[in-house]
Design a protein around this ligand. Structure first.
Ligand SMILES: Nc1ncnc2c1ncn2[C@@H]1O[C@H](COP(=O)(O)OP(=O)(O)OP(=O)(O)O)[C@@H](O)[C@H]1O
Length: 379
């Protein structure tokens, strides 16, 4: 029987490190492999101290080597349990790169209910209509709603096999791939997410998912500046953030805090700009009539004050609410004022992102690979 160390490493490549979405090798769990004739000694370090986890990894290693290399090999495993460094902060979502995802944009708001999810859904659809490959991750632990807006409330992500590992396949509609916490929670039951629990669930939705190639992944963050989304923005390679606000003073004050959060030294995510939602009320039948019920130009002025780009405005229109509720966001329409409003905001957001990417050091620049169908994007 003849085999090389590389054969053993290749066999171990097929095992997923517990809770990591990476192989044991990629995750540096295997610290050494020594071959003595037909005997193979594998040194492996894991973080889970339970007997069940130890037994599982031992049996997986033995099985992988016997199946992929030779049944006759005698496998000896030296297992060590070490506390991972990350355990210091249980809320932390580790900042690993996500292969094949070119740009991650976080959509945030200071105040709740200002339309962050509506803007995320419509912007994602606009991007998809422009020819980009787009994903949405609904990370709103307090009230996930993207599965409703994308009319996939009853669907569930399937499990698929990617390179020998089991991954979650996002649900797709309107050309947008979606994973939402809403797929895993019972709408009739209040789920009280604690930081570590939410972080773990999001970690899986991000790293144990088969997103495939994406030009953009939009993350619908929870409202506010709480620890859950702080941990997300600190840990993910986010290229830019967009902050949504209404023109109302109370919302603007919170939006300002949202922008400040991204600008913190420990976070430093470039803010691409502010979007003003519910900028004015317009009755559908009288589109020329504008009623500034939450105040006028508040977000525009805030953007100017804090030296941030104003990405555009969306009026308060009954059909935006209705179409979101029935799962057909207005950006799906053709040649309407509302479709154009979202398309303009999206173009501005992409233009800002390109500008930011140009100014970042090359290693951090994540480029958009396809501009097909998006000739109207500036720059
Ligand atoms: N421009 C708009 N015109 C009319 N209705 C809107 C508009 N934007 C959002 N809405 C409606 O306002 C409500 C809140 O919007 P949405 O859920 O998008 O807000 P949010 O900021 O994501 O809320 P949350 O704080 O729950 O995350 C929804 O019913 C939505 O349909």
């Amino acid at each position: 029987m003849s085999f090389k160390k590389q054969d053993i490493y290749s066999a171990l490549e097929t095992i997923t490190a517990p809770g990591e979405g990476k192989s044991l090798i990629e995750n540096n769990n295997v610290t050494n492999v020594v071959i003595f004739g037909d005997e193979v000694n594998v040194d492996v370090t894991i973080s889970n101290p339970t007997l069940q986890a130890k037994k599982k990894i031992e049996s997986e290693i033995t099985k992988a080597i016997k199946t992929n290399v030779s049944e006759k090999i005698e496998v000896k495993i030296n297992l060590k349990v070490e506390k991972p460094v990350e355990k210091k902060d249980p809320n932390l979502i580790r900042g690993k790169e996500i292969p094949n995802i070119k740009n991650i944009i976080a959509v945030a708001s200071g105040k709740g209910g200002v339309g962050k999810s509506t803007i995320t859904a419509n912007t994602a659809i606009s991007l998809a209509k422009m020819g980009f490959s787009v994903g949405v991750l609904d990370a709103d632990v307090y009230g996930p709603s993207q599965h409703i807006m994308f009319d996939v409330e009853k669907e569930r992500p399937l499990s698929v096999n990617v390179d020998g590992r089991s991954k979650m396949k996002p649900v797709e509609n309107y050309g947008v791939k979606l994973l939402s916490l809403g797929f895993f929670t019972n709408p009739d039951q209040a789920v009280i997410w604690r930081g570590p629990m939410a972080s773990k669930a999001l970690n899986q939705l991000i790293f144990d998912a088969a997103w495939g190639e994406l030009d953009f992944l939009l993350i619908d963050l929870p409202p506010g500046t709480g620890d859950v989304h702080l941990s997300i923005v600190q840990a993910l390679p986010i290229n830019g953030a967009v902050v949504v606000s209404t023109p109302q003073n109370i919302a603007l004050a919170d939006a300002k805090k949202g922008v400040a959060m991204f600008q913190q030294d420990s976070i430093k995510v470039p803010v691409l700009g502010i979007i003003e939602n519910m900028a004015y009320f317009t009755p559908e039948e009288l589109p020329e009539n504008k009623y500034y019920i939450f105040g006028k130009d508040g977000a525009k002025n805030l953007a100017e004050d804090i030296n941030t780009k104003f990405l555009g405005e969306v009026p308060l229109v009954q059909s935006i609410r209705e179409s979101g509720d029935v799962g057909r966001p207005v950006a799906l329409q053709e040649d309407t004022v509302l479709e154009e409003a979202f398309s303009n905001i999206t173009k501005e957001m992409v233009a800002q992102l390109l500008e930011r990417n140009k100014n970042l050091p090359p290693t951090e620049v994540v480029r958009i690979t396809t501009m097909s169908g998006c000739s109207s994007v500036k720059k």
